[in-house]
Design a protein around this ligand. Structure first.
Ligand SMILES: [Mg+2]
Length: 288
């Protein structure tokens, strides 16, 4: 596991202790955040549709749909995806390879720690059926916000797209959850890996919340308050405990052990990527 600190966030850590527990919303993306592979790719392999990535890239270039919403568009409009039925989505969920120890993460968050409680949600552009099937028995359906499709009652064909929580669509879900649970925006934690998470991370940051990137996506790493790279989903507890709750590394290691896990490698790094040139060369210097 490697872990980078953003070092800019000064929110809840410094807050005074209260007798009432602080309630945080923890929202996580699904594809490549809780899983290893993109569920769209798994679905296209299942139904034998070709050039999935090329189609997604083409859609992304055109900016026709919110980033992350490409699969929903393909299901509705691409001839190769016309045969997709609810059963295919459920089977796709079964085939998605999940990151390790998601149950431990969910249980830990639901249990909470002294003075803090957390409500965990999944907000993803993947079809709801895929996420529900992949996380069956781990995350209850009422905690899952995925793309909602409307099916024809007779043919089972996808008739319309009701809602796509991709790009700015994720902001809308976060705002709904804040008001439904009466949670201050500063107590929102968002976890994601890709370009579909940019809008929501900027939004959460702007309102004093906390953001965690779980990939080396450079665009996201610039935005996220913290980056944690690990195959293990439980690892996102590290920045939460360290930066929000102010825990030291020893109790964090103990927590992993009490969950039957061992922190074998914990490499802390703050990466500054710099390209420096002489001003007279006319090149633009880039600080990443
Ligand atoms: Mg993702």
């Amino acid at each position: 596991m490697s872990y980078q600190r953003g070092g800019q966030w000064t929110g809840e850590t410094m807050a005074t202790t209260s007798t009432h527990s602080k309630h945080f919303l923890v929202a996580s993306d699904f594809d490549q955040t809780l899983s290893f592979n993109d569920s769209g790719l798994v679905l296209s392999e299942l139904i034998g549709a070709g050039q999935f990535q090329d189609k997604v890239d083409g859609l992304a270039r055109s900016n026709l749909v919110q980033q992350g919403g490409e699969l929903a568009y393909l299901i509705r409009h691409d001839p190769e995806f016309r045969g997709v039925r609810r059963e295919h989505l459920i089977e796709t969920g079964r085939r998605v390879r999940l990151r390790n120890n998601i149950p431990a993460l969910v249980e830990f968050l639901e249990r909470g720690v002294d003075g803090y409680r957390f409500s965990f949600f999944v907000i993803s552009a993947a079809p709801r059926e895929v996420i529900e099937s992949a996380l069956a028995g781990i995350v209850p359906p009422d905690r899952i916000f995925g793309t909602e499709l409307d099916y024809d009652a007779i043919s089972g064909e996808v008739r319309s797209i009701v809602r796509v929580p991709a790009g700015y669509g994720k902001v809308a879900v976060v705002e709904e959850l804040e008001s439904a649970f009466d949670v201050n925006p500063a107590r929102v934690i968002y976890i994601g890996d890709g370009s579909s998470d940019v809008h929501v991370m900027l939004h959460v940051n702007n309102r004093g919340g906390f953001t965690i990137a779980v990939s080396e996506n450079r665009q996201l790493a610039r935005i996220a308050r913290s980056t944690v790279l690990s195959d293990d989903a439980f690892s996102v507890t590290v920045p939460i405990l360290e930066q929000i709750l102010g825990w030291e590394s020893a109790p964090i290691r103990s927590l992993f052990e009490s969950n039957g896990l061992m922190l074998q490698e914990w490499e802390k790094a703050r990466t500054d990527r710099l390209i420096v040139v002489r001003e007279s060369s006319g090149a633009i210097s880039d600080i990443a």
